[in-house]
Write a protein that binds this ligand. Structure first.
Ligand SMILES: [Zn+2]
Length: 101
């Protein structure tokens, strides 16, 4: 099981976007990276192709898991994620308020 899911609210804790927050858009399991809306934006200059107009496009690049912290929807604090199994289900829990995320 993975610590982050699509739609999670996260805060960047290191790097050039430190302090920014956003929602997880994509989880790159094998690279241990996340794509977060509005975070780690790079500008790409694109030429004209058949399917796209020329111009400057802003793209969210993947950011390493080590640089983000999850915001707990229950207590609103940044937290680490723990796991707890209940029967066959494994739930994510907030290490601070022990709530199921
Ligand atoms: Zn919490």
């Amino acid at each position: 099981m993975f610590k982050f899911k699509i739609g999670d609210e996260v805060v960047v804790t290191a790097g050039r976007d430190k302090g920014k927050s956003g929602k997880v858009e994509k989880v790159l399991l094998f690279e241990n990276k996340l794509i977060i809306a509005g975070v780690n934006i790079y500008k790409r200059h694109r030429k004209v192709t058949r399917t796209q107009a020329a111009g400057i496009y802003e793209i969210a690049r993947p950011i390493s898991l080590a640089k983000v912290a999850l915001v707990c929807p229950k207590c609103g604090k940044t937290t680490r994620v723990g796991f707890k199994s209940e029967g066959n289900k494994k739930n994510r829990i907030c290490k601070k308020c022990k709530g199921v995320i």
